[in-house]
Design a protein around this ligand. Structure first.
Ligand SMILES: [Zn+2]
Length: 169
């Protein structure tokens, strides 16, 4: 996670201030406090006959590994719109959301911690085709998953996979 060294408001060098619980960079000149918060992200879980839609990452981090379609929420963007936009951009598919599957903290992204809202969705149109950020896009059977990036996504898919196996036995 990159931290500011200089105040983004007045350019003074930041100093560390301990408030008893944690240390935060603050500006001795204008009082700006550099809060470190996780960035919000949104994604979509799309299932089809026991298979899950995954996207192969074209860029770092975890290049070449697979993830559910997801991305950062833009400042003015509604969280549901982010989920649908990322799905469309990365997979070419249009969908309707069916509700929130789960909300998770992601702490193994070197770009910084995130909180991801993961929706469930079903496809309403479009054509399956890897987008700019994706090397490949495919449905994988839950019992035959490729290497998945991010611990939180592995946990979610592992849980789904166990539930699916139980339902089938
Ligand atoms: Zn300042």
């Amino acid at each position: 996670m990159k931290k500011y060294r200089y105040c983004p408001i007045c350019s003074e060098e930041l100093a560390e201030r301990d408030d008893g619980e944690r240390t935060r960079p603050v500006c001795p000149n204008c009082g700006f406090v550099h809060y470190l918060n996780p960035s919000p992200a949104a994604g979509v879980l799309v299932m089809k006959e026991g298979s899950v839609l995954l996207v192969r990452r074209r860029y770092q981090p975890y290049r070449g590994m697979w993830v559910m379609p997801s991305g950062y929420i833009e400042y003015e963007e509604d969280v549901e719109d982010t989920a649908l936009r990322e799905l469309r951009e990365e997979t070419g598919l249009l969908a309707e959301l069916d509700g929130i599957h789960t909300v998770v903290s992601v702490s193994d992204d070197p770009r910084g911690n995130t909180v991801m809202v993961l929706y469930e969705g079903h496809i309403t149109g479009g054509e399956l085709k890897a987008g700019d950020d994706a090397e490949d896009v495919r449905f994988f059977p839950l019992d035959d998953l490729p290497p998945v990036a991010f611990q939180a996504q592995r946990t979610i898919l592992g849980r789904l996979s166990r539930r699916y196996r139980k339902g089938r036995d």
